[in-house]
Design a protein around this ligand. Structure first.
Ligand SMILES: [Zn+2]
Length: 205
């Protein structure tokens, strides 16, 4: 099987609980410490096997092989990628079965990040996730006052629209936000605006 590591917890000694997003499941697995294990980290895509045991409710993770990305040695890209993938853990941790959409989304983002600015690529990919999960609010009702937003839109956690004057945060023209929501592109956003949206994204999926 293949999947992305979205969380790692240390347990006793050097053993680890590793959460893996695969094509159809979110797996919680147990990895015993051993010197011959390959190195693993959040964000890595791995090929792996699971071993089920009557004594444990958690399958053992084995035969792990790291699958590289062209940009895996790019520290800046890897840093942002890992922070994004970590958010999937809190977002999906109560889910077991997954739609193939999630791994396809991440596979496609790995390819896009090869040629495009990584923060832009991640945010655009996140908008596709919101749309898929049916929580892209493109009717532009303000979360805080329920009024329709006519001018500047401020996006708060989950990229939910608010009046800039209601949330007291940075506003963007409705035209630009509409382009982002409809066409999934940040092309009209300046770099500092993208950085602002990055911080909104880091509050949680
Ligand atoms: Zn409002």
């Amino acid at each position: 099987m293949q999947g992305y590591i979205i969380n790692i917890n240390n347990v006793k000694d050097e053993d680890l609980i590793v959460t893996i997003l695969s094509s159809d499941m979110l797996y919680t697995t147990y990895r015993f410490y051993g010197a011959r294990h390959s190195n693993i980290n959040i964000g890595y895509k791995i090929d792996f096997e699971l071993e089920y045991n009557m004594k444990s409710t958690i399958p053992r993770l084995k035969d792990v092989l790291q699958l590289g990305f062209p940009w895996i040695l790019d520290n800046d890209k890897m840093y942002h990628w890992q922070r994004y993938l970590k958010l999937f853990y809190s977002h999906l941790k109560d889910v077991e079965e997954l739609d193939i959409f999630y791994i396809n989304l991440l596979d496609s983002l790995v390819r896009t990040m090869n040629k495009q600015n990584h923060k832009r690529a991640i945010i655009e990919s996140y908008i596709m996730l919101c749309e898929y999960e049916g929580r892209l609010n493109d009717t532009y009702e303000c979360l805080l006052c329920d009024g329709i937003i006519q001018a500047d839109i401020s996006l708060v956690r989950g990229f939910i629209p608010t009046h800039a004057s209601c949330s007291y945060t940075r506003g963007f023209s409705k035209l630009k936000v509409n382009e982002l929501f409809k066409d999934k592109t940040l092309i009209s956003f300046e770099d500092d605006e993208v950085t602002h949206l990055w911080h909104v994204l880091m509050q949680g999926l």
